[in-house]
Design a protein around this ligand. Structure first.
Ligand code: ADP
Length: 907
């Protein structure tokens, strides 16, 4: 049986499915079955479905023990193991008196700490929390209060803030009854009453203590002169024509969850309480002003009335559900949708008033937190709203610690859902602790690598350097914006799936509304934080009204990249220091008229020996030292025809270049995203020019197909052999390469790897198109987007290309309004292939350089362990006879490149 005094027993029964938590059920038939089963269905759903993990693929890459192809048993076993290893979510509930919080926390599988453990994942306090406590929290922790929220939850603060904003936004904030804070506003109140009298209007005023609750100390007055003038009271105009249910006045307790203030995210719970008074309502008259059971709807007041009715269902008694209320309204032909639209609007606008205070206080408490960091604060607020006869909602007050008492079944039903769904939305995971540490480390590293302010300010910088720095800054901004857009999208996806009974009301999907609220936020900042309002304008616009989509930001980044390259070229021309820390890149060729026919398809120069490049080609198209065009035209043709290494079919790769470029592929073009005009390109309207461009693109594709990534000191077939071996033993190498590329290399080094391919591709294009400045070429812009995509999300872009669906990068074009030709697409595919090969070679080279290993005739020669042999063959298989190499050369090369490899993070 449900016991009002033993919630622990209730919860045990509830969870065991033995009993519904209601003692007052006279008959099981009277139970609202749907509602009663809901908590169970929630529990079952949770038990059967693994916790949401937005990045499973990424996680498995970091975890060599997690493979893609394990059977179900293994999976569940490793899941169990992992859970144990990851630990528990701990909750510190020492600051709450409500047992239902503990019950729901345990129901979710969290561990309630025995003492007041300040390092718990979740801290729940009924009382206000000091700013010191919030500032001491680690990023993985969550506490149930925001600093600064008192500005709307204390009656006097709410009154002052509402009065202030009503002066600027009268119409928008007309949902708040006129309020005066005594003694300061005494004169204003008296003047207002005089005005009313002059107009022969009579109003009633309700007087409340500034920080009271539960109806304590509340009184009604018709004559303001009777109100004690020097007491610190809140005086409010009384809503004297409320909507009634069965003749009784009522108010609504609405549950609102705020998960973050930077940016603001607000959720509204689908259910709540309707609290009825216990004496039939009459308009206020001198003779009924002191009848509190008629005018006040507080449970704490009305429960003392002998007519207070404990309902056996959510539809009877003095406390009912909002679901019942909605049905009641529908039955009586009220517009329920409009009412809830207005209530949501009231909630958002009230939170907009709180925002400057809360955001300011939060940022003071958490100075290092960026807009992208997860919020350590959340808050479940109880909005008290009264509805008048015209169905207009009025805000009475906001409770920052709404009562979670469960005297009645209806309390348990609704409040348990609020708490459980709120906690689910917070998405607390045992791994948060580790992940946050890693993020902090990465951010610290990023800060370290950023050029210091002092060096930026110093007058020693040349114009080119200054330009480069400002470009870097712009890129950082764009990257931040990009990560914000992505994080928001991921968050929204999570929220959409896990909101339970909550519905997100801000930010809203309605563009028009969002723009309107953004304007209100700006006005709110101007009103309450005028000194900082100007600096906040841009941020607010960017965060709440940002119309930029991911693709647009990527394009802007691509443009920055192009400018950056121009800069670095001019920078390099004065400074011989190579951009890449890997073996030096082939010099950029000057265009030479004589080379015109180098890629003429009819010029069948098949007899050129391997390694002996054609005139002028040697240093132009190879990647890596010597950068020789490694194969003869015959080899080139074969390579173009088969476009694969011996074992390529078995490789877990996709997006391989097409065997032969499509000729005369139809193309449509549009300026779309490539915004700048291309001065060096012939007129696009001219069909001949278009044809010529297509021809040049095909020649570029041929040249790209002929490119090979060279391994320092090894010939092409040796390099091919290395690639094949890595692919053959992909399962073994995958986690290592993932860890090398995604973790060990930082963004600068990752870029250097990509730059090895990029600079050589540029050289090829300059050569084929006979142009020095290729940045405005459409093809180059298209290609730059691919390079950027590969570096996207800390290298995730390139890493995705190794997955079975490795051509997902192609969506950068499918989403774009700009159509690209088949040849251009093939060029991009080839470049992706080259970048993948480049990463594998760099990885292998770095690994060899680190351990000093070299391979000769199937033997692994190294100063250390046999690991190197594994790195190369994975399964310990011997090396083929084609793998003959001069050991002395190998050692020399290893020495030569050791230092450079070190700078790529191998030591
Ligand atoms: P408390 O925090 O003490 O509960 P409230 O401001 O919520 O104080 O007021 C208590 C009750 O008084 C409300 O539940 C409502 O029924 C009634 N009340 C308060 N303000 C008004 C108002 N302006 N007009 C009509 N009724 C009001």
């Amino acid at each position: 049986m449900y016991s009002a005094t033993d919630p622990v027993k209730n919860m045990a029964d509830y969870r065991a499915g033995r009993l519904h938590p209601s003692s007052s059920l006279s008959s099981i038939a009277s139970v609202d079955r749907d509602r009663d089963l809901k908590p169970f269905s929630r529990a079952i759903h949770q038990a059967n479905s693994p916790p949401y993990d937005p990045y499973p693929a990424l996680r498995s890459m970091y975890r060599p023990d997690v493979t893609d192809d394990g059977d179900e048993d293994n999976k569940s076993l490793s899941l169990k193991k992992r859970r144990k290893k990851r630990g528990q979510i701990t909750a510190n509930l020492s600051g709450t008196r409500y047992d239902i919080i503990r019950q729901m926390v345990e129901h979710l599988g969290y561990t309630v700490t025995k003492e007041d453990d300040p390092s718990s994942f979740l801290i729940w306090n009924d009382a206000f929390v000091s700013t010191e406590k919030i500032s001491e929290l680690k990023p993985f922790q969550h506490i149930n209060h925001f600093p600064g929220m008192g500005e709307v939850t204390r009656k006097d603060c709410l009154a002052r803030n509402m009065t202030k904003i009503q002066k600027v936004l009268k119409e928008e904030y007309s949902f708040s009854p006129l309020t005066w804070v005594l003694p300061g506003d005494t004169t204003a109140l008296i003047n207002y009453a005089k005005d009313l009298k002059a107009k022969k209007k009579y109003r009633t005023f309700i007087v409340k203590p500034p920080n009271g609750s539960q109806g304590h100390g509340i009184g009604l007055y018709r004559n303001v002169e009777k109100i004690p003038p020097n007491e610190p009271y809140i005086v409010q105009e009384y809503i004297d024509k409320p909507l009634l249910i069965e003749g009784y006045k009522f108010d609504l307790r609405i549950y609102v969850l705020v998960t973050s203030c930077d940016p603001l995210r607000i959720f509204l719970y689908k259910d709540g309480l309707v609290r009825l008074s216990t004496e039939k309502y009459l308009p206020p008259q001198e003779n009924n002003l002191n009848r509190l059971f008629m005018h006040l709807t507080n449970y704490s007041i009305n429960k003392h009335n002998e007519f207070y009715e404990k309902g056996s269902t959510t539809e009877t008694g003095s406390k009912r559900s909002i679901q019942f209320f909605n049905d009641y309204l529908r039955r009586n032909d009220y517009d329920v949708v409009l009412l809830w639209k207005n209530i949501s609007d009231l909630i958002i606008k009230t939170m907009v008033v709180s925002m400057p205070h809360v955001l300011h206080a939060y940022r003071m408490c958490r100075p290092g937190a960026t807009a992208n960091s997860d919020s350590v604060c959340f808050e479940v607020l109880g909005f008290d709203v009264i509805i008048d006869r015209k169905l207009r909602p009025w805000l009475l007050e906001i409770n920052r610690s709404p009562s979670f008492g469960t005297d009645e079944k209806i309390d348990f039903d609704i409040k348990s859902g609020v708490i459980e769904d709120a906690l689910r939305l917070l998405n607390i995971k045992p791994t948060d602790k580790k992940r946050n540490l890693a993020r902090q480390k990465a951010e610290a590293q990023k800060r370290l690598l950023r050029p210091s302010k002092r060096s930026e300010m110093s007058g020693d910088l040349s114009e080119a350097e200054k330009k480069r720095l400002s470009l870097e800054k712009r890129k950082e901004e764009l990257k931040d914006l990009l990560s914000r857009i992505r994080k928001n999208a991921a968050r929204e996806e999570f929220e959409n799936k896990h909101s339970g009974g909550f519905r997100r009301i801000f930010p809203t999907a309605d563009r028009h509304c969002q723009e309107m609220y953004t304007r209100l936020i700006m006005t709110s900042f101007q009103t309450f934080l005028s000194s900082r309002a100007a600096s906040m304008q841009r941020e607010i616009e960017l965060v709440y009204n940002n119309k930029l989509r991911e693709q647009q930001v990527l394009d802007m980044l691509a443009e920055c990249q192009t400018d950056d390259e121009k800069c670095s070229q001019s920078y390099q021309s004065r400074d011989p220091k190579p951009l890449s820390s890997m073996p030096s890149i082939a010099p950029q060729p000057e265009y030479n008229e004589d080379d015109d026919d180098d890629f003429d398809e009819d010029d069948d120069d098949d007899d050129v020996a391997p390694q002996k490049p054609r005139r002028g080609q040697a240093h132009k198209y190879g990647l890596y030292p010597g950068s020789a065009l490694s194969a003869s035209r015959q080899t080139q043709q074969k390579a173009t025809a088969t476009r694969s290494r011996p074992n390529s079919a078995q490789r877990p790769l996709s997006g391989r270049p097409e065997s032969r470029p499509l000729s005369q592929a139809s193309r449509s073009r549009s300026v779309g995203r490539v915004s700048k005009p291309a001065p060096v390109i012939p007129n696009m309207e001219d069909p001949l020019a278009v044809l010529r461009e297509e021809e040049l693109a095909e020649k570029t594709l041929l040249a790209l197909n002929d490119m090979r990534i060279k391994f320092p000191g090894k010939n092409d077939s040796e390099a091919e052999w290395i690639l094949d071996k890595l692919h053959e033993n992909w399962k073994f190498h995958k986690p290592r390469i993932a860890s090398y590329w995604l973790v060990k290399l930082d963004s600068i080094k990752r870029r250097k790897v990509i730059d090895i391919v990029r600079s050589n591709v540029r050289a090829v294009i300059q050569k084929v198109w006979k142009l020095g400045d290729i940045d405005n070429l459409r093809l180059m812009r298209v290609i730059n987007r691919v390079f950027n995509r590969l570096l996207w999300s800390h290298g995730q872009g390139l890493w995705n290309c190794f997955s079975p669906s490795g051509n997902s990068w192609e969506t950068i074009f499918s989403k774009s309004s700009d159509t690209i030709s088949a040849t251009e697409m093939n060029c991009c595919r080839r470049i992706v292939q080259l970048c993948r090969d480049c990463l594998l070679i760099v990885y292998q080279f770095a690994a060899e350089a680190k351990t000093g290993a070299s391979v000769q005739g199937g033997e692994v020669h190294q100063s250390g362990t046999s690991v190197q042999r594994k790195l190369l063959s994975g399964d310990g298989e011997g090396v083929g006879s084609n793998w003959n190499r001069n050991r002395a050369v190998g050692q020399r090369v290893a020495q030569l490149y050791h230092t450079r490899a070190e700078s790529l993070g191998t030591s």
